[in-house]
Ligand binder design. Structure first.
Ligand code: PHE
Length: 456
C-alpha cells in the first residue's frame, strides 16, 4: 500500500515536485512583491532567502518523508512514537486542506477566463473605447464574475473533478503522468511568452525596472515578505514535500533534487518578471498595481486586448495559469489523501473521495464569500481571506518551525544526515551546513516571521 508507492522516474518526481512549487505564487505574487519592494533588490533578498532557508527547510521535509515513507503526520509518529510531535504533521495537513479550499476557487477563475478567452467573450469592449474604458470594463467584469453565485461555483467543481480523476489514478499513473505532460508544456509556454515580451517596444525599460535594484525600498518588512514568499512558493510547511518525498526511491539524491526544484521555481518567477515588466511598460500600465488577481484578470487582459491575436495570447496565458494552479491543487490534495489512506488503511479510491467531497462545501463557502456571503466576517475578514491568513501566515510557519526543531533537537541528528548523504555516500559537507541551519538559523528566522505576523 502507501509504503510501496513510488514515483517511477527521476524526471517524474521532479516534475511533480516542481508542479507543486510552481503556482500562482510565481505568476502573480512574485511580480507584485518585486514591484512593491524595489525590483531587483527584492530579487536579491529573495534568492538569499531561498538558498539560506528555503532549500534547507525543503531538505528537512524531504528527510522526514523519504526517511519514513509515511504521510505528513505518520512521519512524526514513526520517528517519535510516544511523543506528541505528530501534532506538527496535523497542523501541516490542516493548513494544506484550508489552502486547498480557496486555491480550488482561484483555479476555477482561471478556468473560466481560459474559456472566455477561447470563445472571445472576454473581449467584447472595443479597443477604440480607450484605455480607461477598457480597464473599467475588465475590472467590473472580474468583480461581477467572482462575486457571482453559480458561474464561479461551476468552475470550482470542474477543478475538483479534475483533481479527483488524477488522484484516483494514484501516484505514478496519476500525479506523475499528469505532471510529466503538463510541466514541460508550462515551460514551453513561458519561454514563448518571454520571447514575445522581449520583442515589445519598451522591453528594455521593463527589464531595467525589474533588474535595477532600488535599495532604498528595502526595510525589515521587505525581508519578511521575501521569506514569506520563498516559503509559499516552495510549498513549504504544508506537508506537501513530506508526502511527495515519501514516494521518492531510496537512491534519490535529496540535496540535488532540492536544488533542482528550487532553481526551476526561481526560473519561473524570473521569467514571469521578464514577461510582466516589459509588457506593462510598453502599454503604459506600469503605474497600476500588479497586485495578484488584478494583474492577471485586469491588467493582462488589457494588454492582450491591445495586441494582435488577442484571443490566442489570452487563451495561451490562461492555459499556462491553469496548469500552474492545477498541479499545485493536486499536491495539496495528495497530502490529505495520503494521510487518510494511511491512518485508516482505506483504499485510494475511498481516501480520495473522503478528502475531496467535503471540499465541495468548503470551497463553495470560499467562493460565495466573495459575493452573497461577503457579510460573514471572521476577525473582520471574509471567509476566503480569513482562511488564507490563518493557513499561510500562521499555520504554515508554525508547522515549518516545529519540523526544524524536531529534526534539529528532538531526534538524533544522524537521521537527517543519513537521508541527505544517502548513508554517507554523497553530499557530506553540504549535509553538515544544512543541519546547522535547521538546528539554529531556521527556527530563529521563522520565529521572527511568526512574531512579525502576530504584531501586524
Ligand atoms: N507553491 C505554490 C505557488 O507558488 C503555491 C502552493 C501553496 C502550492 C501551497 C501548494 C500549496 O503558487
Amino acid at each position: 500500500m502507501a509504503g510501496k508507492t513510488q514515483f517511477g522516474s527521476r524526471i517524474g518526481l521532479i516534475a511533480a515536485t516542481v508542479g507543486s512549487a510552481v503556482g500562482l505564487g510565481n505568476v502573480w505574487r512574485f511580480p507584485a512583491e518585486a514591484q512593491a519592494n524595489g525590483g531587483a533588490a527584492f530579487l536579491l533578498i529573495y534568492i538569499v532567502c531561498v538558498v539560506l532557508l528555503g532549500i534547507p527547510v525543503m531538505l528537512a521535509e524531504f528527510s522526514l518523508g523519504r526517511g519514513t515513507g509515511r504521510d505528513a503526520m505518520g512521519a512524526f509518529k514513526k520517528l517519535a512514537p510516544r511523543k506528541k510531535w505528530w501534532v506538527t504533521g496535523l497542523i501541516a495537513i490542516l493548513a494544506s486542506y484550508l489552502i486547498l479550499s480557496f486555491y480550488l476557487v482561484v483555479a476555477g477563475w482561471t478556468l473560466e477566463y481560459l474559456w472566455q478567452s477561447l470563445t472571445g467573450a472576454l473581449y467584447t469592449t472595443p479597443l477604440s473605447a480607450g484605455n480607461e474604458a477598457l480597464e473599467t470594463s475588465f475590472r467590473s467584469r472580474m468583480a461581477e464574475y467572482i462575486s457571482g453565485s453559480w458561474e464561479p461555483l461551476l468552475a470550482t467543481y470542474a477543478i475538483i473533478a479534475i483533481n479527483i480523476l488524477v488522484l484516483l489514478k494514484g501516484v505514478e499513473k496519476g500525479i506523475e503522468k499528469f505532471s510529466n505532460i503538463l510541466m514541460p508544456a508550462l515551460f514551453v509556454l513561458l519561454v514563448f511568452f518571454c520571447i514575445a515580451a522581449l520583442s515589445l517596444p519598451k522591453a528594455s525599460e521593463g527589464l531595467a525596472y525589474f533588474f535595477n535594484p532600488d535599495f532604498s525600498k528595502i526595510t525589515p518588512t521587505t525581508v519578511i515578505n521575501a521569506l514569506g514568499q520563498a516559503f509559499f512558493s516552495l510549498s513549504l510547511g504544508m506537508g506537501i514535500l513530506i508526502t511527495y518525498s515519501a514516494y521518492y526511491p531510496k537512491k534519490t539524491n535529496l540535496v540535488g533534487t532540492a536544488f533542482t526544484v528550487s532553481s526551476l521555481d526561481l526560473v519561473v518567477a524570473l521569467l514571469m518578471g521578464m514577461i510582466i515588466f516589459p509588457a506593462v511598460m510598453t502599454f503604459g500600465l506600469d503605474g497600476e498595481s500588479l497586485e495578484g488577481a488584478t494583474l492577471v484578470f485586469v491588467t493582462l487582459p488589457e494588454i492582450f486586448a491591445s495586441m494582435p491575436l488577442t484571443r490566442l495570447w489570452s487563451t495561451l496565458f490562461f492555459l499556462l495559469l491553469l496548469v500552474a494552479a492545477l498541479t499545485s491543487t493536486i499536491s495539496l490534495a495528495e497530502v490529505s489523501t495520503a494521510f487518510v489512506s494511511r491512518q485508516f488503511s482505506f483504499s485510494r479510491k475511498k481516501s480520495t473521495l473522503i478528502v475531496m467531497l467535503p471540499l465541495i462545501a468548503l470551497s463553495s463557502l470560499c467562493s460565495l464569500s466573495q459575493g452573497v456571503l461577503s457579510h460573514i466576517k471572521i476577525l473582520g475578514q471574509n471567509i476566503f481571506d480569513f482562511l488564507d491568513n490563518l493557513a499561510t501566515n500562521l499555520m504554515l510557519p508554525t508547522a515549518a518551525i516545529l519540523s526544524c526543531i524536531f529534526l534539529g533537537w528532538i531526534i538524533p541528528k544522524s537521521f537527517m544526515k543519513k537521508q541527505l548523504t544517502n548513508n554517507g555516500k554523497t553530499n557530506n559537507r553540504a549535509a553538515n551546513y544544512v543541519i546547522l541551519i535547521i538546528k539554529y538559523m531556521a527556527p530563529l528566522l521563522i520565529g521572527v516571521i511568526l512574531a512579525a505576523k502576530f504584531l501586524e
